[in-house]
Design a protein around this ligand. Structure first.
Ligand SMILES: NC(=O)c1ccc[n+]([C@@H]2O[C@H](COP(=O)([O-])OP(=O)(O)OC[C@H]3O[C@@H](n4cnc5c(N)ncnc54)[C@H](O)[C@@H]3O)[C@@H](O)[C@H]2O)c1
Length: 387
């Protein structure tokens, strides 16, 4: 079976991601079946799509007729049996291995032998989700970013067992939806959630050590570094419940490699339910009339903050290439399209000089005596080769 425009797309879970993915597929012209255990969630998802469509009509992005047919193409289902005609099913339910495994096992008994199954998981391995299924070769990761209709990146993650032809078809199909699609190895955090870790953790480390306050670090990264948001602003937006758990999962899955070590400061925010914007308080206070910290706009300190974080990010990108997580081109696309970095990290390293990046990491490693700053073997090789 070939996946094409006529393929029926199933989406399991009508939360933030599932609703967005259903919108993307319906906008691309597919019939979509959207399932959730909760009727209330399905109703919320339907209402929210109607609101989004009304806004798009207002902005002149879609016509009344287009908006109507996009909405009509989505069927809201409360019975898994509704997936019996689907050609590709993307799962976006809670991030829990056992729950996902149970869901896929149930789906296998409902769908046709050729239906492709995909998971939108951020942190679980695709092999762990699919390994015990009857036909694990038809399962892969299809990792969208939040909000799915707006963020262009999708990481396609075949597992060890995935059929190559099937993953190529899914790759091409998602690309035809107007997405920037990259191929990632089934490893913790795939590309973006692995390479981006130092943006958060090194910022928190500098804050914990009293080197700079949150406003100064955010200022350095956005004003001097050109990032759209500073790390503390971004963590508050993502939510510490989500961001901390991703860091902790990547770290544990990497056998506690110090490069990915989470921070107690962020763990405490999560434990206190200070999730950030959504709870009204995180690193910053979002209550009305709350006073906001102001940055100490010291250019020398700002440059030191920016370079320290950037050197670690470049090191992660180079190491992802070294370990075959993805191609250089896909690593660059992932970081510019998935998290809006102003430049591809490897190109940025080239611009700064890999020798300077290596010197920076070596100095940090010597000062801290910590493997956290361990330079990638490939970075050292590139410097040796005079790159
Ligand atoms: N939120 C993000 O930024 C983001 C980004 C990329 C990937 N993801 C991944 O996408 C998945 C969903 O995340 P989300 O943020 O949309 O979560 P969410 O909590 O907004 O939505 C999850 C939905 O799944 C439903 N659900 C739970 N168990 C179910 C089951 N057994 N069968 C059917 N429906 C079930 C819930 O009712 C809920 O509506 C997770 O695997 C997450 O890791 C999230």
């Amino acid at each position: 079976m070939e996946l094409n425009k006529k393929s029926i797309i199933g989406v399991v879970g009508a939360g933030a991601m599932g609703s967005g993915i259903a919108q993307v597929a319906a906008t691309a012209g597919h019939q979509v079946v959207l399932f959730d255990l909760s009727t209330e969630t399905l109703e919320r998802s339907k209402k929210s799509l109607a609101k989004i469509m009304a806004r798009l009509i207002e902005k002149g992005r879609v016509t009344d007729a287009e908006a109507k047919s996009i909405q009509e193409r989505i069927t809201y289902a409360r019975d898994l049996q509704a997936f019996d005609q689907s050609h590709l099913i993307i799962e976006a339910i809670i991030e829990n291995l056992q729950v996902k495994k149970d869901l896929f096992a149930k789906l296998e008994d409902i769908v046709s032998a050729e239906t492709v199954l995909a998971s939108n998981t951020s942190s679980l391995s695709i092999a762990s989700i699919s390994g015990e299924l009857k036909k694990p070769e038809r399962v892969m990761g299809v990792h969208f970013f939040n909000p799915a209709p707006l963020m262009p990146l999708v990481e396609i993650v075949p597992s060890l067992i995935s059929n190559k032809n099937v993953s190529t078809q899914v790759f091409e199909l998602v690309k035809s939806w107007g997405k920037k699609v990259v191929l990632a190895k089934d490893t913790p955090g795939f590309i973006v959630n692995r390479v981006a870790r130092p943006f958060y953790s090194e910022a928190i480390k500098m804050y914990e050590e009293g080197f700079a306050d949150i406003a100064t670090i955010d200022w350095a990264m956005s004003e001097l570094g050109g990032f759209r948001m500073g790390p503390f602003q971004l963590m508050d937006l993502i939510g510490h419940d989500v961001n901390y758990v991703v860091t902790e999962t990547v770290w544990t899955e990497m056998y506690f490699d110090p490069r990915y070590k989470p921070s107690i400061t962020q763990k405490r925010l999560k434990e206190a339910n200070w999730f950030g914007r959504k709870s009204g308080k995180g690193f910053y206070d979002y209550s009305e009339n709350a006073s906001q910290p102001t940055p100490d706009m010291d250019e020398v300190k700002g440059k030191a903050i920016f370079e320290r974080i950037l050197f670690l990010l470049i090191n992660e990108a180079v190491d992802a290439k070294f370990l075959g997580i993805a191609s250089v081109e896909d690593i660059e696309t992932a970081m510019t399209k998935g998290v809006n970095y102003p430049k591809g990290l490897i190109a940025w390293g080239e611009e700064l000089g890999f020798q300077n990046v290596l010197n920076g990491l070596n100095a940090l490693q010597e000062r801290y005596g910590d493997d956290r700053y361990r330079p990638s073997v490939l970075l050292k090789d590139w410097v040796k080769e005079g790159r």
